[in-house]
Design a protein around this ligand. Structure first.
Ligand SMILES: Cc1cc2nc3c(=O)[nH]c(=O)nc-3n(C[C@H](O)[C@H](O)[C@H](O)COP(=O)(O)O)c2cc1C
Length: 340
């Protein structure tokens, strides 16, 4: 094992609970659902799984067996961090209480999402424009629960790492147990590379664990992020959807042959069919397929071949046809598909 692999495999304690390693699945709306997390578990898994963002207002009334987002398998509960977005300290505290009552590992506050539907509700990254309210939310959630409390946030609305560092310090003082930092300004939807140096600046400003996030796609990206930022671990987003077995690759150095690809796609279809209605399962598959196709040269063409059907059986047939002869993998993901 190389030194970075050793470091990333070292357990870490957050909020009094030990986590077996330092590589996490990032929260991904529409992608990081119960079926995806099961696939990740089946192919090796990671230290913690973060859920898709859930509305704090809705969460106290959700039925975990019906809700598309507030849903999990009992087997993953002890490693699942539920992410919430909301506008008021009270809504967020009530949601966090429900998460604690359900016995999940922890709660993650979303101050990073910049899509307009969320920002219009004064939630997500919009709260970085109102740091006092963001800090009040962290404080109130801390008061409400004793499970580990994560805060995921971005640089802010202007490219000022000092703002992010000071805010990180305020989150720490308000009771956060760990930060997950994605060094991009808020209007930027992943079209430009994140500024990893800002992770270092945040890390130096606080004493709690800081997890870096953004554009880690390969083992060498992981090494560079850890070495250049001194972060305590890394949260993987899109690459974990494209390659649900990436955690086994990065943590154990495991290698997979080309048969892994049809296996993953077929298993995905089986699981979304098991958990969701056919219509919703097809939608989820098509979202996943965009990232999955990024593994291959001519990914755009592969994507079209994979999704050209409107039934689950039609999609299965496409997978068999597409992988009837092995495809040329790309050494790094096709970023045109990844920015979608
Ligand atoms: C489709 C999509 C959905 C996302 N949903 C969430 C979300 O629900 N909550 C969140 O905090 N970040 C969300 N993000 C941001 C990711 O967690 C992550 O910060 C971003 O993708 C950068 O990491 P990566 O380069 O490893 O993908 C989302 C990103 C994508 C592409």
């Amino acid at each position: 094992m190389n030194p970075i692999q050793e470091m990333i495999n070292r357990p870490i304690t957050i909020g009094g609970k030990e986590i077996p390693n330092r590589l996490f699945l990032a929260p991904l709306a529409g992608l990081g659902h119960i079926a995806m997390r099961q696939i990740i578990d089946e192919f090796g898994s990671c230290g913690l799984l973060f859920s898709e963002m859930c509305s704090a207002k809705a969460l106290p009334h959700e039925n975990r067996h019906i809700s598309p987002m507030f849903r999990w398998r009992d087997e993953e509960a002890h490693r699942l961090v539920m992410q919430i977005f909301g506008a008021t300290p009270l809504d967020m505290a009530l949601a966090a209480e429900r998460i604690e009552d359900e016995g999940l590992f922890g709660v993650d506050i979303n101050f990073g999402c910049s899509v307009s539907g969320i920002c219009k509700k004064e939630s997500g990254a919009a709260l970085l424009k109102d740091p006092d309210r963001a800090v009040a939310i962290v404080r109130e959630v801390r008061r409400a629960v004793s499970i580990p409390l994560f805060v995921k946030y971005r640089t802010g609305w202007s490219d000022d790492p000092q703002f992010a560092a000071e805010l990180g310090k305020r989150f720490e003082d308000a009771g956060a147990d760990a930060l997950v930092f994605h060094p991009r300004v808020s209007p930027d939807r992943r079209s430009r590379p994140p500024k990893w140096n800002h992770i270092k600046i945040v890390k130096e400003a606080v004493s709690l664990p800081v997890f870096g996030n953004g554009n880690v796609f390969t083992a060498s990206d992981l090494t560079r992020m850890v070495e250049t930022t001194a972060c305590d671990g890394v949260s993987l987003g899109r690459i974990a959807i494209a390659r649900p077995f990436v955690f086994a690759e990065m943590l154990q150095g495991q290698t997979f042959d080309a048969t892994i690809y049809p296996q993953v796609a077929l298993r995905f279809l089986d699981l979304v069919e098991e958990y969701f209605s056919a219509g919703y399962a097809i939608r989820l598959y098509k979202k996943f397929a965009l990232y999955f196709a990024a593994n291959f040269k001519f990914g755009q063409t592969i994507f079209k071949q994979l999704v050209y059907a409107d039934t689950l059986d039609g999609l299965r047939e496409n997978i068999h046809k597409t992988f009837a002869s092995p495809l040329d993998p790309s050494s790094t993901p096709n970023l045109n598909l990844f920015t979608g």
